[in-house]
Design a protein around this ligand. Sequence first.
Ligand code: AMP
Length: 187
Amino acid sequence: MTRVIFLGPPGAGKGTQAQILCESANVPHISTGDILRAAVKEKSALGQKAEGYMSAGELVPDELILGLIRERLEKKDAASGWLLDGFPRNVEQAEFLNELLEEIGQTCEFVINLEVPDEELVSRLLARGRSDDKEAVIRNRLEVYREQTEPLIDLYNGKEKLVSVDGNQDMALVSEELKGIIQGKKS
Ligand code: AMP
């Protein structure tokens, strides 16, 4: 059983690494950012509500996210494991997730914190060129991360298996380290 929460600032490589890990562990990659971007593209009600927050680099309100996570984790393919990428993003979301997992009788085995220095994050994000990758928006996303998401590291530290991984190294090395953690070679 593999159930993993991926923490780490924007640009740390969570999406790329999550995809590689999910393929090797054969579990769904649940990215709230991907779900929201698809909704924006479809111009669904969710997408229309979320778009302004996303393009400003702000978090989308919890009420748009929590129901979506519940539905996704209750799907059949998530019964035997999952990797959460981009959720939880604040303390309220983390508390919601704890309660939800208790309710559905699941536990998260690892919380992985992918660490990359700020200067490296900004240059990576500028190079990526997604629509929310303009410099001012990037700076705001980093600030939002520090203020709202980073406190989760302390919250999970001790309570669950928090593992920090150096994301500022060759991508293949990061993948190997992550696979090692999930396979229980290192904790
Ligand atoms: P990401 O792809 O994870 O960097 O997310 C891109 C954007 O989607 C973020 O800057 C937020 O605006 C929004 N977003 C993604 N996940 C969440 C979440 N769990 N809670 C609130 N907003 C989110």
